[in-house]
Design a protein around this ligand. Structure first.
Ligand code: KIV
Length: 292
């Protein structure tokens, strides 16, 4: 399938996502962190664009996702929202903006919608977040859950570790999934969980699961755009589940090196990159310069 020009596509809504889920058609989700990455993901026909707090690490160079602030997320949500004409948009609630109370979470979610201009929010956590999810959804703000590996809690989890590798821990993930579905999530990201566990959980739910490192049995998939497009220097660590579909960093490097060489050798700018002046005007100006 080639690129889907945005004006050929109808706006994706929660109804569209429900219909894809009902038909068993995989839901495509991609992160975007700024205007150009939102633009390209929308043009490529993504169903959902997520302004994830992976922003912190892959786009802002922070150590982990706990560092990014709500105000910073809002700036990036706004720029992605401006670029996105068709995809359904989701903005992450960053760590510290929703855990204190359902009221704090609702206040932050309202900012993400009103100031970030996206259509829904995502938050991490299982059954302990049920009352928070209920509070946000009853205010008319759709919530995407996030269970399994929850990167904002990496200190408690002992790092970025696969979750649900024992029957007990897999059962806890299922309980979390059922609790956040009951609380009103329209779907949930399931991260770094064995494929078979994620597939069994997906079968038990009436809302879609969006897998990342959770195998092919989820209702949809999400990847971080900078990772999947290869927009990073060689040698950077990549999680096992990431498939590198492109080499954006390599292409940018080639282009910038060629520009550097052409500027140094005065090949660039060539005449076709410059603005004309009539020979009469030029003659007058050149004489005036000489006479000064
Ligand atoms: O922050 C993010 O980009 C995410 C996705 C990886 C699901 O949460």
């Amino acid at each position: 399938m080639g690129s889907l020009s945005t004006n050929q596509r109808k706006k994706v809504t929660l109804g569209t996502l429900r219909s894809l889920h009902r038909k068993g058609e995989p839901i495509t989700v991609m992160t975007a962190h700024d205007f150009p990455s939102g633009h390209v993901a929308d043009h490529a026909g993504m169903d959902v664009i997520l302004v994830g707090d992976s922003l912190a690490m892959v786009a802002l160079g922070m150590e982990d996702t706990s560092e990014v602030l709500l105000d910073e997320m809002l700036l990036h949500c706004r720029s992605v929202a401006r670029a996105t004409k068709s995809a359904f948009t989701v903005g992450d609630l960053p760590m510290g903006s929703y855990e204190i109370s359902p009221e704090q979470a609702l206040a932050s979610a309202i900012r993400v919608i009103k100031e970030g201009r996206v259509q829904s929010v995502k938050l991490e956590g299982g059954k302990e977040m049920a009352s928070t999810i209920r509070k946000i959804t009853t205010a008319g703000i759709p919530v995407l859950g996030h269970i399994g590996l929850t990167p904002q809690r990496q200190n408690a989890l002992g790092g970025f570790r696969v979750q649900g590798k024992t029957s007990d821990s897999a059962m806890r993930i299922l309980e979390d999934a059922l609790a956040i579905q009951e609380a009103g999530c329209f779907g949930m990201v399931v991260e770094a969980v064995p494929a078979e566990v994620a597939a069994l959980i997906t079968e038990k739910l009436s809302i879609p699961t969006i897998g990342i490192g959770a195998g092919n049995g989820c209702s949809g998939q999400v990847l971080v755009q900078i990772d999947m497009a290869g927009n990073f220097p060689p040698g950077r660590f990549l999680p096992k589940f990431v498939k590198k579909y492109g080499d954006v960093w390599g292409e940018s490097l080639k282009a910038i090196e060629a520009y550097r060489d052409e500027v140094k050798s005065r090949q660039y700018p060539a005449p076709e990159h410059t603005y004309p002046i009539s020979s009469e005007e030029l003659e007058v100006f050149a004489k005036a310069v000489k006479d000064q």
